[in-house]
Ligand binder design. Structure first.
Ligand code: PGA
Length: 270
């Protein structure tokens, strides 16, 4: 039985005061929930603040990005040991926003962000390996653009992202990963992916994981859905057999809605 995960990706939101308030309110509401692995991923500036707020709860701490070198002349970057020293146990890797994939009404802006953030399939793979070497659990994001879905390329795009993410990893490393399927067109748009379709793509990801390891290992790996997860769609998502939880943006920024998501995920354990 896979324990569900509910991970809040706060993105570039919350100064330290706001982060404290939000984390403390979440801790108050759901800090003792057992049947759901709960993760908060605040901006790096608020990691230690959030850590203090979730002390003595069942909630874990995650970062939103990692750089693969241990230290050195990499202005603005954060290494695995730094994240560990802030109390992180998880790290989101390859979020579509960091890959510069915004689904783009404004192609120029997207291209610019690709240059600024610059995550590629290759850097995602390096970051996964770095995270594992510091015993951080990677939450690896994959997902297609709207134009790719419309062109019938969803499975191809997701397959190539998963293959690239797994490149050079042994089965006992793959076993430690968490995946998140986040169709880019569903992120922050309010347009959730149909639960059955999300389940189908997660099944595809699980079959790729099985090919890279074995059926029994793939059955243990948690695969999340992300993209406009809200209290009003979480129950339908969690009813799907392949969906092991959510990677949540907007609805993770309020204690009440994030708490509802956690309760629904924990309840899905029966
Ligand atoms: P959203 O973001 O829940 O606001 O759509 C999800 C994500 O980007 O991980």
């Amino acid at each position: 039985m896979r324990i569900p995960i509910m991970a809040g990706n706060w993105k570039m939101n919350c100064d330290n005061e706001e982060a404290w308030q939000l984390a403390a309110a979440i801790a108050d509401q759901v800090g003792d929930v057992q049947n759901c692995e709960m993760i908060l991923c605040p901006p790096a500036t608020a990691l230690t603040t959030v850590l203090a707020a979730i002390e003595d709860t069942n909630i874990g701490l995650g970062a939103q990005n990692i750089f693969w070198e241990e230290s050195g002349a990499y202005t603005g970057e954060l290494s695995g040991p730094m994240l560990v020293s802030c109390g992180c146990e998880y790290v989101i890797i390859g979020h579509s926003e960091r890959r510069g994939r915004f689904g783009a009404p404004d192609e120029d802006f997207t291209a610019e962000l690709q240059k600024v953030f610059g995550d590629t399939d290759a850097s995602v793979n390096r970051k996964i390996k770095a995270a594992l070497s510091y015993e951080l659990t990677p939450i690896v994001c994959v997902g297609e653009l709207l134009s790719e879905r419309q062109a019938g390329q969803t499975d191809e795009v997701v397959t190539s992202q998963v293959h690239a993410a797994l490149d050079g990893l042994a089965a006992d490393q793959i076993d430690l990963l968490v995946f998140a399927y986040e169709p880019v067109w569903a992120i922050g748009t309010g347009e959730v992916c149909d639960a059955g379709e999300a389940n189908r793509v997660l099944g595809l990801i699980r079959s790729l994981l099985a090919e890279a390891t074995s059926d029994s290992v793939a059955q243990e790996i948690r695969i999340l859905y992300g993209g406009s997860v809200k209290p009003d769609n979480i129950v339908g998502l969690m009813q799907q057999p392949e969906i092991d939880g959510g990677l949540v943006g907007g609805a993770a920024l309020q204690a009440d809605s994030f708490g509802e998501l956690i309760s629904a995920a924990a309840a899905s354990m029966g």
